[in-house]
Design a protein around this ligand. Structure first.
Ligand code: ZN
Length: 359
């Protein structure tokens, strides 16, 4: 007979697991230290294992490497809906939190991605265009119902996947609302609920569209600008890092998963549409406690073709402007800086949409 009580191996394992996840044994102050500033690294995928479309595809080998990295580094993978709620609640966001989102609702999600996600025990948020559901190459309503039962989250990616900004402001509002009604009706008819997450087609939006979503009860909307979600993020333009053949290599994924948000207190203009001067100027007020301002850098669609002007010395206000006119439909200004202690990079992107150009 044993003199001492030895807990069974499975209980020890559970305790270790709970300790590792920070659920027990951490006094409040220790947990606070462990949370950093509440950053959520989110990623957007489109197609899986379909090399015919390299600009929107991720190979299965690379996708597996992403999931393996998240697992080995103890990331908590949550849905975008959970992320939006965490941003609203005073509860702090655990360190190393990731969100996997999938746009357009292609069939390869269920045939290729789901078996792997199930192996790793991760969920994802999928944005579907209701007009395309059930067409060849796309998920069907019954696929979506069965995936929802397994815990996958589905949000609205519009009915028609239109370029809403190609219209006048008044027409954009009207068309956007009509399109929302069509997609919401189909969500109700086939799934029995009102979606509360939205994803802008092509990542294109303006403040009117954001306001409409808010008024219709959406709790968040996903954009297509790279960046890290944090407590100061605009809920109706949440950033995501794109994961494709070009951007999805494991080294790039690793650095994006470790990236922190550059805390922008104020941004002018907020509207992505280029309404006046081209190249447009972007004014940002940044939290000076978070970064080393000497290390600020800017990029235009990934190229260092821009300048940063420090507007005031007392506060960290900068103006960012491309050196050349923006001549593509969508352009990202990306601003990065090292953290004060130099151990992390911080990232912020602003999207510009020039409606004079096609896709
Ligand atoms: Zn899309």
């Amino acid at each position: 007979m044993l003199k001492k009580y030895i807990p069974p191996a499975n209980i020890l394992f559970m305790v270790l697991l709970l300790m590792a996840s920070g659920m027990i044994f951490l006094p409040p102050h220790a947990r606070a230290q462990n949370t950093q500033e509440g950053h959520i690294n989110s990623f957007v995928y489109h197609r899986f294992g379909n090399s015919r479309y390299p600009s929107t595809n991720i190979t299965m080998e690379t996708f597996k490497e992403h999931l393996q990295f998240l697992k080995e580094n103890n990331y908590r993978v949550i849905t975008l809906g959970e992320a939006a709620e965490l941003l609203d609640s005073p509860a702090q966001i655990p360190q190393k939190t990731a969100v996997l989102t999938v746009d357009d609702g292609y069939k390869s999600f269920i045939t290729h991605a789901v078996p792997l996600l199930e192996k790793y025990g991760y969920k994802a948020t999928i944005f579907v265009c209701t007009k395309y559901v059930g067409r060849s190459g796309y998920l069907s309503w019954s696929d979506i119902r069965s995936l929802r039962k397994k815990g996958y989250e589905f949000g609205n990616h519009s009915h028609s996947h239109e370029h809403f900004l190609n219209l006048s402001d008044a027409q954009t509002r009207r068309e956007f609302k009509e399109d929302l009604s069509r997609s919401e009706d189909l969500f109700h008819r086939h799934l029995g609920y009102q979606p509360d997450l939205y994803c802008y087609p092509y990542g294109e939006y303006n403040p009117d569209m954001q306001e409409i979503l808010k008024n219709r009860g959406y709790k968040a909307a996903a954009a297509q600008k790279s960046g890290v979600i944090y407590t100061g993020s605009d809920h109706y333009a949440l950033p995501r890092f794109p994961m494709t053949s070009t951007y999805g290599e494991i080294e790039k994924f690793r650095s994006k998963a470790r990236m922190k948000a550059l805390p922008v207190i104020n941004e002018k203009p907020r509207n992505p549409e280029i309404k006046g001067e081209n190249p447009p100027g972007l004014t940002l007020r940044i939290d000076p406690s978070a970064i080393n301002p000497q290390g600020l850098q800017c990029f235009v669609n990934g190229r260092k073709n821009c300048k940063i002007t420090r507007r005031r010395d007392t506060e960290l206000i900068i103006e960012v402007e491309a050196k050349d006119k923006l001549t593509t439909r969508r352009t990202l200004y990306t601003i990065t800086a090292p953290s004060k202690d130099g151990t992390r990079w911080k990232w912020y992107s602003h999207l510009w949409v020039n409606t004079q150009y096609g896709e």
